[in-house]
Design a protein around this ligand. Structure first.
Ligand code: ZN
Length: 664
């Protein structure tokens, strides 16, 4: 492993925190050192004290902050003297420890400091870096972990037996540092947990981290414990959507809320799921205990969610009694988290991960893919042996750890749900993507315009270029949506064409067919393809059809458009009747005069206005309320009709047109 320190780059980070920010980001952006918000760093500096002189201050990463993107104000300053006095206290409850960290903070309005703050305080060096380096975890998660560590590192490190992070671990480290620290010591190995390095400069501490990891990698390499050469290979395209949706439905039922299920696109997970020893290899535990909040302690093997939930319940009941209770109200019982798996290993599906958001599911995938690598390398070295279940439980149910997840405790309206939106690249479709994303849904947007693939840059969006008149393309798009998110709960039919004005005596039959093929026929195909998924939506499927004011009030010159939207409306009404017993709601919006959409060019507006003998400006606001209707207005109504306000409504047609005299 090479140092990525670059003096020129480092010089770009000014101020006394500059080097600290630079090397924190180097560590945070290297997945072989930390994944997704893991690890923490600190620096000891002097700051002017309010009453004169200087305070010795520890600036440590805030809890839950991602090292890869850390900024100066995400280091929490604490009074070092108070922290060092704390270490002298023999016993401190979690609750009191937490309170004392707040007392030590220089500014009570800052974010909470890392749970490992006190460990940073007790190391005498200015710079301290803590990672969950993959190579070191591979060595320590074996039956002879301590021997491997001492052979790999000699007297470069102090070995610290496993202890849950917090006050106790910091006290233990302080004791071992006092007893064992020599001039040769450059780090600590926290068994089953990670690595700490330190130095007088940011560069020294960072490069010692790299040196230790390089030694661990070399140790593994010499013993043949290397990463599989086919890592990163992509899975072939397969039609597994129906099986994924079925699995997601049952996982959501056990979770008690809708979840996203993501099928990993790399082959490594399926290879591991098919490993004859997977039942032993995968059920030992995580690489480092704080992965537990993303992955749970062990993956589910196969698809028996009932059995997984029952074994999670048993795990909870076994360990809950011994969990310290000083964080809870006196007598309050420990409450079990949902028993649903977060990682699935299935011989056909490969590696699937579960989360309430696309980011959570992707995080679990990144962590577990690396865990597989570690397990296989540790097996080549000796045997994978993770931390005992009781210790993992203690971290899983430690309030400090759970608060990392609880940060977004109030889930958004559509959290864990999936919307498929047609015509997503522009106009009403694009506005619907915005609105459904804002309400927490994962969205697959399809459009004939290939720019849809990059239209929204969030892990919650998957854009698929697709001609809705081609049934095979539609089926492939749905397959991709289910591989990424696990199902389709809401279908928004927004794609449509609006042809230029033509009187019936001049209306060409081929034009009539072209308009019908997009506005009507394509929607029959997508409804038929989507219904097996909609019926497995954890909260019931919803279809929202974007029709037109021209259905109740057609206009001259728009025969093909009006008739095709009327056919679509009638199709939707029949779907409401047929699918009501499946719990699927089908509702219709009738927008009018929405001019910020792809189908309205200035020419079309003028031609339509001329039909009514108006200027284009009069035409834009020609409604009872005298307002202009925008795509965002339509999207808000569409999302609302998919939400709880319309939970008991199906087959409804709601105008969004500023009020139309012919409709009213
Ligand atoms: Zn850690």
């Amino acid at each position: 492993m090479d140092s990525r320190w670059d003096e020129d780059e480092a010089a770009g980070f000014g101020g006394d925190l500059g080097p600290r920010i630079y090397s924190s980001r180097l560590i945070g952006s290297d997945p072989s050192l930390v994944l997704h918000g893991g690890g923490n760093t600190s620096v000891k500096l002097q700051r002017p004290a309010l009453f004169g002189g200087n305070d010795d201050v520890l600036l440590v990463k805030g809890s839950g902050v991602d090292l890869a993107k850390i900024e100066a104000d995400q280091f929490t300053p604490l009074r070092l003297a108070h922290l060092l006095e704390l270490v002298g206290v023999a016993q401190l409850s979690d609750r009191e420890f937490d309170r004392q960290l707040r007392v030590a903070m220089m500014d009570s309005t800052d974010g909470a400091p890392s749970v490992e703050t006190l460990l940073h305080a007790v190391i005498p060096h200015s710079y301290v870096d803590h990672s969950h380096a993959a190579a070191v975890l591979t060595l320590t998660n074996t039956p002879s972990g301590e021997r491997h560590i001492s052979e790999a590192f000699g007297d470069l490190v102090i070995v610290v037996p496993y202890m849950r992070p917090g006050f106790g671990l910091a006290r233990l480290c302080a004791k071992l540092v006092a007893e064992q620290m020599t001039d040769a010591t450059i780090g600590l190995v926290l068994l089953h947990h990670g690595l700490v390095s330190f130095g007088q400069t940011a560069r020294e501490s960072y490069e010692r981290m790299i040196e230790l990891v390089t030694r661990a990698e070399e140790y593994l390499r010499l013993r043949g414990a290397v990463t599989e050469p086919d890592t990163g290979r992509q899975m072939p395209d397969e039609s597994l959507g129906a099986e994924l949706a079925e699995l997601r439905f049952r996982v959501s039922a056990h979770a008690g809320f809708p979840v996203l299920l993501r099928r990993d696109s790399e082959t490594v997970g399926r290879g591991f799921a098919r490993n004859p020893d997977v039942a032993t290899l995968s059920q030992s535990g995580p690489a480092t205990p704080d992965h537990v909040i993303w992955t749970k302690r062990v993956p589910m093997l196969g698809r028996d969610v009932d059995a997984y939930a029952a074994s999670y319940q048993a795990y909870f009941e076994t360990h809950a009694a011994s969990q310290e209770s000083d964080d809870r109200e006196p007598g309050a019982p420990l409450v079990m988290l949902d028993p649903a798996p977060r990682v699935v290993l299935d011989p056909a599906l490969g590696l699937c991960t579960i989360g309430r958001t696309a980011t959570e599911a992707a995080t679990a995938a990144d962590i577990y893919r690396q865990t597989i690598d570690l397990i296989l390398r540790a097996s080549a070295l000796e045997r994978w042996q993770a931390l005992p279940a009781a210790d993992v439980f203690a971290v899983e149910y430690w309030p400090a750890e759970q608060s990392k997840l609880r940060r977004d405790e109030t889930p958004l309206e559509f959290a864990g749900e999936v919307a498929l939106i047609t015509g997503a690249a522009s106009g009403i479709g694009a506005a619907c993507v915005d609105e459904f994303l804002a309400r927490g849904a994962a969205v697959c947007g399809i459009d004939i315009d290939p720019s849809v693939t990059g239209a929204f840059s969030t892990p919650s969006f998957l854009g698929v270029a697709c001609d809705v008149t081609q049934e095979a393309d539609l089926a492939a798009a749905i397959e991709r949506a289910t591989a990424r998110f696990g199902g389709v709960d809401m279908l928004v039919l927004s794609a449509g064409v609006f042809p230029s004005s033509a009187r019936i005596d001049a209306l060409d039959l081929s034009e009539w067919h072209r308009v019908f093929s997009v506005n009507a026929d394509a929607n029959l195909a997508i409804l038929r393809l989507a219904v097996p998924f909609l019926r497995l939506a954890p909260r019931g499927g919803r279809v929202l059809v974007v029709a037109s004011k021209n259905v109740p009030a057609p206009g001259p010159g728009a025969a093909a458009y009006s008739a095709s939207k009327a056919a679509l409306t009638q199709l939707a009404r029949v779907a409401a009747l047929e699918w009501g017993p499946l719990g699927i709601r089908v509702n219709i919006v009738h927008p009018n005069a929405v001019f910020d959409t792809g189908i309205w060019t200035e020419d079309v507006i003028q031609a339509r206005a001329a039909e009514y003998g108006m200027t284009s400006q009069e035409y834009r606001t020609h409604n009872v309320l005298g307002v202009e209707v925008t795509s965002a207005d339509v999207a808000r109504l569409a999302a609302t009709m998919c939400g709880m306000a319309f939970a008991k409504t199906t087959g409804a047609q709601v105008p969004v047109d500023g009020g139309n005299e012919r409709v009213i």
